[in-house]
Design a binder for this molecule. Structure first.
Ligand SMILES: [Mn+2]
Length: 458
């Protein structure tokens, strides 16, 4: 483990010694919720009372709110390093500790634990929950049992991709396995293992592309049926998680016999103490955040109450269904769905919550409804801004179409910014530049000559 990071964590952890009560301000997503769970459990052991507030950002509104908190010490987890100026404002009247993995905005005298300060990549190697775990482990080594939360946070932030966990995250995983804090099994790493009916989960598998199964639900149903695996039990669709070992092996063999590269999908599935697969639990916590119920997510982490989880899943599903329905109803309405030559844009305004536009864009990009190389979703967000989500296909990437750099370019021309990955990215622009954004987008996408125009069937 990096010595400099340990020394910094040790130094920052000493700041808790004299604190009588703490208010933890955490990011509202899975990583932030997992960070909060770590703080709750660790400070409880020290008999330090702690309150929680979840936020999306630290803007002027949040600064004013935090100034009114009674607690003398404010601990920022998975948020704060990117908004140092605003935190310095709060620090005029409060003691502040930052435990974050985002790129620090600027140098500061504030007390801060951040991997970037010691040359570690906070984007890939450690999450907000991971850094908060290190901090709490310095307070008491007993807190090593909180390791799974560090991995839940990292998974929520997609630090566990096709290469698995890297850097400090990988060390955390090894420690957690060694200590028996996680169980593992070999299985198919398929999107929606614990939530989607088996054929649907297979249908959404695009890497590797499974001809006859990817985007082909009847093909997927036929494939599973031929293997003699029941798709439903008592009328309820089964998920990959419901399969027993033999059944999953049958599917793997079935794929291999039919010439599919199933080995590309094989990997280690991590199972938490509460029986959840880690990727499913992380998705659930991200769903809590998007429903503006991060506090319920924290409760879920602390109690493992399955009733809460079921209720949340249902609420999340209903919301998604409502939004998808809105898009379907307006497919011919150019005010809502702009189908241009090279790209399709969902102009949701306030009909889809900004927290959910990314999810909706992802689902529609994979569905037949709006099938296209490049799909952009837009929705109104706070402070008169527009949240933008972009999804593009592997074929587009093969033609050097990187959605993150393209959205960055266009958003910055529209007075905003964007970031993300090569196939999925997000950004934000002021509402007044909506039309300018859409026109620029069509112009820029055109340059890539993505062969089949979006209007045509691929
Ligand atoms: Mn994070």
């Amino acid at each position: 483990m990096n010595k400099e990071l340990i020394e910094l964590a040790q130094k920052v952890s000493n700041e808790f010694k004299t604190s009588k009560s703490v208010h933890c301000v955490s990011h509202y997503d899975c990583d932030g919720i997992a960070s909060a769970a770590i703080v709750y459990k660790a400070l409880k052991r020290e008999n330090i009372p702690v309150k929680f507030t979840f936020v999306k950002e630290i803007g002027d509104k949040e600064v004013e709110l935090i100034k009114t908190f009674e607690e003398p010490l404010i601990l920022f987890t998975d948020i704060g390093s990117g908004q140092i100026s605003n935190l310095e404002e709060i620090a005029k009247t409060k003691k502040i500790i930052i435990s974050d993995h985002h790129q620090p905005e600027k140098e500061t005298k504030l007390i801060q634990l951040n991997p970037h300060l010691v040359g570690i990549d906070g984007g890939k190697d450690i999450s907000g929950a991971g850094i908060t775990y290190l901090l709490m482990k310095m307070i008491d080594s007993k807190n090593i049992d909180l390791l799974p939360f560090a991995l839940i946070g990292a998974t929520g932030d997609i630090q566990n991709d096709e290469n698995g966990f890297l850097g400090l995250n990988r060390g955390f995983l090894e420690d957690a396995k060694r200590l028996g804090l996680l169980k593992t099994k070999k299985g198919l790493k398929i999107y929606g293992r614990g939530r989607k009916p088996i054929p649907q989960a297979l249908t959404y598998t695009t890497e590797p592309y499974l001809p006859g199964i990817t985007y082909n639900e009847s093909g997927a149903v036929q494939f599973i049926s031929e293997l003699g695996i029941p798709l439903k039990v008592n009328g309820k669709w089964r998920t990959f998680q419901d399969l027993d070992l033999d059944e999953e092996k049958k599917i793997i063999n079935g794929l291999l016999i039919r010439g599919y590269p199933a080995e590309e999908l094989l990997g280690e599935i991590l199972i938490l103490d509460n029986g959840w697969e880690i990727s499913e639990f992380s998705s659930m916590l991200n769903a809590c955040g998007r429903l503006e119920k991060a506090d319920v997510g924290l409760e879920l982490c602390l109690t493992n109450n399955m009733e809460i989880a079921n209720k949340l899943s249902k609420e999340y599903g209903r919301k998604i269904a409502r939004y998808l329905n809105y898009v379907e109803q307006n497919i011919q309405n150019p005010e809502v769905i702009r189908q241009m030559d090279w790209v399709k844009v969902i102009i949701a305004k306030n009909k889809v919550h900004a927290n959910m536009i990314g999810t909706i864009t992802s689902i529609l990009h994979r569905s037949n409804t709006l099938k296209c190389s490049v799909l952009i979703g837009t929705a109104y967000a706070e402070n008169d801004s527009i949240k933008i989500s972009g999804r593009s296909s592997q074929e587009a990437l093969n033609k050097n179409f990187c959605i993150n750099s393209i959205l960055s370019e266009i958003c910055s021309d529209c007075g905003g910014k964007a970031g993300g990955h090569k196939l999925a990215a997000g950004g934000r622009i002021p509402q007044e530049n909506e039309e300018k954004f859409i026109n620029l987008l069509n112009e820029v996408v055109k340059r890539f000559n993505l062969e089949e125009k979006n209007g045509k069937k691929n």
